[in-house]
Design a protein around this ligand. Structure first.
Ligand code: T46
Length: 130
């Protein structure tokens, strides 16, 4: 299985909450890139691709969104609505992100730099490799 929810430890005190993401501690890969997705319009579906090698953790640090994953003929839908949870996606997994709330900010930690050659954007091609 190459998708799983990671629950982060909260460093909370009377002032509020803080979560630290640390490579090799609560993040199971070296973090080479961080990006975030925000201001996604209503009814938009993002993603619609798989990666050959990239590992990522998706954290909805504000608002909510849903992630549909597909691998080995199985689909799962995850609701990300808390900054205390991350969705790990590794390997050959088709992913679609949808139902973004107005204030949604999806933070992504990635194991490698941006590389278009690592993307599989054709679903039929993905099914043949999966
Ligand atoms: C993924 C999901 C969760 C860059 O120039 N650098 C980057 O690091 C990224 C991620 C994208 N871009 C460019 C490429 C496109 O021109 O930004 C534009 C939007 O990227 P894309 O259409 O791939 O975005 P999403 O939201 O469909 O997918 C992204 C990631 O690309 C992908 O790896 O797994 O978020």
């Amino acid at each position: 299985m190459t998708t799983k929810i990671i629950n982060f430890n909260i460093k909370g005190d009377t002032r509020g909450s803080l979560i630290a993401c640390e490579q090799d501690h609560n993040i199971p890969f070296d973090i080479k890139r961080v990006y975030y997705i925000f201001d996604t319009k209503e009814n938009v579906v993002r993603g619609k691709h798989a990666h050959k090698k990239l590992e990522q953790i998706l954290i909805c640090v504000s608002g909510s969104c849903e992630i549909k994953t597909e691998e080995s003929g199985q689909t799962k839908t995850y609701l990300l609505d808390s900054p205390t949870q991350g969705l790990y996606i590794g390997g050959l997994v088709w992913r679609e992100m949808f139902n973004f709330s107005k204030n949604a900010v999806l933070l992504v930690l990635a194991s490698d730099y941006y590389d278009e050659t690592d993307y599989i954007r054709d679903h039929q091609n993905f099914l043949e490799l999966n």
